[in-house]
Design a protein around this ligand. Structure first.
Ligand SMILES: [Zn+2]
Length: 328
């Protein structure tokens, strides 16, 4: 029997369906690089190695172009819940940056409402537990980050569990830190994209200066034994995204991906897709890959799933439910 799966690192704007992109583009008059499925699949290089970061960011510009109305946002969030259920995922933390969805004039509050509505309705219909993570990005004005954190705090009782800082982690972005500490003070959790492209010390900075409890990617942490020791001592969760890292050339292969070392050394590492559509992967597939390439035994697999539950931002009653599902 298939085990229940849990996903902690999942971007809404990289995880929509191609058919839905085309539907919305036609209905709302949005120009995409191709207006048929196979053309769009190739134009967005779904499941392919990317040539550069700017190219990848351009792909997100196309996905967010069809995520600018309330019906579109609600539909995409609901369909993600359906896709997660079909993939065997019982709990997911979905992340996105609300300010990227106001280009056609809807307010950030309406954006939040539409996404939360879609996750709520989809979650109930398809039996997936979820939490929402509000992102900001390192290169934006810290004032935008302040707004994103305010939104996250305001919608905490509606399903927002955490905040995240994404983007090019070669930038330290310390000017955003006070806003993240404010999120913690207001009862939200913090995760951060760090040591993906940037140096290993981004991990320590994320924890000590931004209050992060989990790290997105953390691929480069392995290069510095002090950072590895720090991650273990502070029980920091590492959200590994293998296929996505290989496509971005952050890791050379599945076999050499540091997540395997993290698992062997007792780091709280979990497996994630990052961007289901753009990476062309699913949680089932990520597990199939590591089962084969890492020669995992049953116990290792269970450990990866346990790590995901343990480092999730789910409330205690939901965590208990997830642990029960894992041992059932
Ligand atoms: Zn990410």
């Amino acid at each position: 029997m298939l085990k229940p799966l849990f996903e902690l690192h999942l971007h809404l704007d990289g995880s929509l369906r191609l058919d839905t992109m085309l539907d919305i583009a036609r209905a709302e008059g949005v120009a995409l690089p191709a207006m048929h499925k196979s053309g769009l699949y190739h134009a967005l290089r779904c499941g392919q190695v990317r040539d550069s970061l700017p190219q990848y960011l351009e792909h997100f510009a196309h996905t967010t172009a069809v995520m600018q109305s309330q019906p579109a946002l609600k539909r995409i969030a609901m369909e993600l819940m359906e896709d997660l259920a079909a993939d065997g995922v019982k709990y997911a933390e979905v992340r996105f940056m609300p300010s990227l969805h106001t280009a056609r004039g809807i307010s950030e509050d309406f954006v939040m409402g539409a996404v939360l509505d879609g996750l709520g309705e989809g979650g109930r219909r398809y039996g997936v537990r979820w939490g929402l993570i509000v992102c900001s990005m390192r290169h934006v004005d810290p004032e935008v980050t302040r707004r994103m954190i305010d939104l996250a705090i305001r919608y905490k009782s509606c399903g927002v569990v955490a905040v995240d800082l994404a983007g090019d982690d070669n930038l330290p972005a310390f000017e955003h830190a006070p806003h993240f500490l404010r999120a913690r003070e207001n009862g939200l959790h913090v995760t951060m994209h760090a040591a993906e492209e940037g140096p290993p010390e981004r991990v320590m900075e994320a924890v000590e200066r931004f209050g992060a409890e989990r790290i997105g990617h953390g691929v480069k942490a392995i290069r510095d034994p002090r950072v590895m020791d720090f991650v273990k001592r502070h029980a920091i969760g590492i959200e590994a995204c293998l296929t996505s890292n290989i496509q971005m050339r952050t890791a050379a292969s599945y076999e050499s991906h540091p997540a395997l070392r993290y698992l062997c050394e007792g780091v709280l590492v979990s497996l994630n897709t990052d961007n289901r559509m753009l990476a062309g992967t699913t949680m089932q597939r990520e597990f199939e890959i590591v089962r084969e390439r890492w020669c995992l035994v049953e116990e290792d697999e269970r450990q990866l799933l346990w790590n995901a539950i343990h480092t999730s931002f789910a409330p205690p009653d939901v965590k208990t439910e997830l642990y029960n599902a894992l041992v059932a």
